[in-house]
Design a binder for this molecule. Structure first.
Ligand code: ATP
Ligand code: NAG
Length: 303
């Protein structure tokens, strides 16, 4: 069938997580009950964050994911819908519930997304421009998605977060763009990333592991893009950040948008613009709540 305007150009195969955040003066001791002064619920999960970052910029994006058969799962689906994410390929698992509490991650239903589930959405991956994956679902499902995309010449953007020292080499080999932050780069390359030279050395190591290109994000220092042609440093604007949580996901989501909708731009320009979107996201609190919409950004980012 011909791709039409309802065909998602960005497909994210990844996680949805609900963040339950309790603010307390200190951490409780084992067995202790503590009074907190604030509680909040937020929508997270790297996959969904990146998908929402892309739709905020105007991308037609679909999420391939699994949520729990509970209120968290239902609320999450509503959240994705209200962010214009195509949820036709989000499954509801009866076997596990979702949820995330402070630094305790309950991956739950995210781990129920199987390679078989991914194979069933081959048609939507085939018609996309970019496939985006992260490390919060099973490596088997991620690898299946990357392989399917490759077989249909769909660009693969792999954000290897969180860091996994035992990351399957095949995941790196099936990545057109392999994106990590400094600590993830260190874990995957054993190179201590401090100086500009270290960043380049870590990127070289990842290129040798078989990806076509590498992005290492550097927080307030921007990012480095590396390929066979060499290294390009992209500076971020100097700002006073309010909340940097989810900046990495804003960056990856924005890059997916540019790859799909502004493919005429050179990589350096796409990265410059993605950095600007991510920098905008650190100026307001929250994760998905901090992702800018197209109309909140300068129009030259969309020309
Ligand atoms: N302090 C900052 N000032 C300006 N831009 C920033 C700042 N922090 C992050 N950014 C932007 O966000 C991008 C990603 O940030 P970073 O490298 O911290 O990712 P990350 O570690 O994955 O983020 P997080 O885990 O906080 O979501 C940077 O490349 C930059 O464009
Ligand atoms: C890199 O990202 C992880 C989350 O995947 C985060 O825990 C870590 O603090 C980040 N490192 C840096 C240097 O920002």
């Amino acid at each position: 069938m011909m791709a039409d305007k309802t065909t998602p150009k960005v497909v994210v195969v990844g996680s949805c997580m609900t963040d339950l955040i309790s603010y307390t003066p200190r951490l409780p001791q084992p067995g202790e009950t503590l009074h907190g002064h604030k509680f909040s619920v937020g929508f997270g999960g790297k996959g969904a964050n990146q998908c929402v970052a892309a739709t905020r910029l105007g991308a037609n994006a679909a999420m391939v994911a699994m949520v729990g058969d509970d209120l968290f799962g239902q609320n999450y689906l509503e959240n994705l819908k209200s962010n214009n994410v195509d949820i036709s390929f989000v499954g509801v698992s009866k076997e596990a519930a979702t949820g995330e509490n402070c630094i305790i991650i309950v991956a739950g239903a995210n781990l129920k997304l199987t390679s078989f589930d991914v194979e069933r959405v081959e048609d939507v991956i085939k018609d996309a421009s970019v496939l985006v994956c992260q490390g919060e679902i099973t490596p088997a499902a991620t690898l299946t998605a990357l392989k399917l995309a490759r077989s249909h010449k769909v660009k693969t953007l792999m954000n290897a977060a969180p860091a996994d020292p035992f990351l399957d080499a095949a995941i790196i080999e099936h990545s057109d763009i392999f994106c990590v932050n400094e600590s993830e780069a260190e874990v995957l390359t054993k190179v201590k990333v401090k100086t500009k030279k270290d960043v380049e050395q870590a990127a070289e190591s990842l290129l040798q592991q078989g990806c076509k290109s590498v992005i290492i994000t550097l927080g307030g220092d921007g990012a480095v893009y590396s390929s066979a042609e060499g290294h390009t440093h992209i500076a971020a604007e100097k700002v006073a950040p309010v909340d940097t949580t989810g900046a990495g996901d804003a960056f990856v989501g924005a890059l997916a948008y540019y790859l799909a909708y502004h493919s005429h731009l050179v990589m350096g320009e796409m990265l410059q613009r993605s950095c600007q979107v991510a920098t905008a996201s650190v100026l307001t609190p929250g994760t998905q709540t901090s992702y800018p919409t197209r109309d909140q950004l300068p129009s030259h980012l969309f020309s």
